[in-house]
Design a protein around this ligand. Structure first.
Ligand SMILES: Nc1ncnc2c1ncn2[C@@H]1O[C@H](COP(=O)(O)OP(=O)(O)OP(=O)(O)O)[C@@H](O)[C@H]1O
Ligand SMILES: [Mg+2]
Length: 383
């Protein structure tokens, strides 16, 4: 799926949604800072970030529930800054699905069509189609309180899509559901989105949800967009310490470039450990330059033996504590130096599959780090 903005000049290849330098201030508090964002036709774009980073505010501006303080929002190539919510043709689903409790499922879904010029027969057909799509074709006469949470959320989705919206806007629609149902609904939601081919902006603070569902991930932090890209790319090549740490658990070690070795950049951390790091698109860093190394917890492989290999670095460490996570274990480690080695006393986290040798607390282990699994960041101050 292309993430590049497409031409809007002729209208034929318009993106579903575009934000151009959109900012939202509440009095003198800036909730969303000069944001550019592109949602191509048919794409599933997720806004991911911690509580308060501006996800809902961004979505509400696209919906027309809030107006931007600055900038321009385009839907299908048309500026909508002055277009009220009911004329934007958007399907909205929020966390609390807010169905009408006294209306039947049919009437709840049909509600979206009430103020549209749609014949009775067509209302019937469309409601049936929408209910079939969410796999609740026989629920028409029930009331919301006769349905489970997941079923209610499907009805809310049916109500959003019955109007055949140009864009689907979903604000944490699964967060009220329990873990199992949530995963089930994830798959369902993705299927429905694909089947309709509808451009979707999905808001969540759940990283696994975001990684599993999105064509494009937009990581936000304190009103800023930190990084945009396909999930694999954002995960494997985080552009900042914030992204590295927010998506999974990362160890971030400050250090300096100390030359090259076998096609890898050699970095000596401030604690004195020497780590090789791939140079992909980051070649040519001068010796002595300050950098930060990002080592993902699940890429630090624990081993019993000292087993050197080209392009791999090894550190000696002691297991402080172990958390069992089900299929994997999270190890809290402290590096220990070999006789006088200064690369000691650094706390690291590693997540390894549980079927690997489960190291007990107090065990001494070797941590293997493949150069291909390290990411180098500038030595800036955003850690
Ligand atoms: N109407 C408002 N007046 C003043 N401040 C607001 C208003 N709405 C939101 N904010 C502030 O703007 C910031 C962003 O809020 P927003 O609801 O967009 O966050 P969010 O990313 O959706 O967070 P969450 O994950 O908790 O839903 C927050 O600091 C919030 O307190
Ligand atoms: Mg929110």
């Amino acid at each position: 799926m292309s993430t590049a903005p497409q031409s809007t000049s002729q209208g034929t290849t318009a993106n579903a949604v575009e934000l151009h330098a959109v900012e939202k201030r509440f009095a003198d508090f800036v909730a969303v800072r000069k944001t550019d964002l592109t949602v191509p036709e048919g794409a599933f774009v997720t806004l991911l970030g911690p509580s308060g980073c501006g996800k809902t505010t961004t979505l509400r501006m696209i919906a027309g529930l809030l107006s931007p303080s600055e900038g321009d929002i385009r839907i299908k190539g048309r500026s909508v800054t002055e277009v009220p919510i009911h004329k934007r043709n958007l399907g909205l689903v929020f966390q609390n699905y807010a169905l009408f409790p006294h209306k039947s499922v049919f009437d709840n879904v049909a509600f979206g069509l009430k103020y549209r010029d749609v014949s009775r027969d067509e209302v019937k057909t469309r409601v049936k189609d929408a209910l079939r799509l969410v796999q609740l074709p026989h629920a028409e006469d029930r009331r919301p309180n006769q349905l489970s949470g997941g079923q209610q959320q499907r009805i809310a989705l049916a109500r959003a899509i019955v109007i055949q919206p140009d864009v689907l806007l979903l604000d944490e629609p699964l967060s009220a559901l329990d873990a199992n149902l949530r995963e089930e609904m994830r798959v369902e939601l993705k299927r429905i989105q694909r089947e309709l081919g509808i451009a979707t902006v999905f808001v969540t603070h759940d990283q696994s949800e975001a990684l599993a569902m999105s064509d494009t991930l937009v990581v936000m932090n304190a009103g800023w967009v930190e990084q945009v890209g396909p999930p694999e790319q954002v995960y494997n090549e985080p552009a900042s310490a914030f992204v590295a740490d927010f998506l999974g658990h990362s160890n971030i070690l400050p250090g300096r470039v100390a030359g090259e070795e076998g096609g890898f950049v050699k970095v000596v951390t401030d604690a004195g450990a020497t780590i090789l790091c791939h140079t992909r698109d980051r070649a040519g860093r001068p010796e002595g330059e300050r950098v930060r190394l990002v080592l993902r917890a699940e890429r630090l492989l624990l081993a019993e033996r000292h087993d050197p290999a080209p392009g791999t670095s090894l550190m000696r460490a002691r297991v402080r504590t172990v958390d069992y996570l089900g299929q994997s274990a999270r190890y809290f480690l402290t590096t220990i130096g070999e006789a006088g080695d200064p690369g000691a006393d650094v706390d690291l986290q590693a997540i390894n599959p549980i079927d690997r040798v489960p190291f007990p607390e107090g065990a001494e282990v070797w941590i293997r780090v493949r150069g291909d699994d390290c990411v180098l960041l500038d030595g800036g101050a955003d850690a």
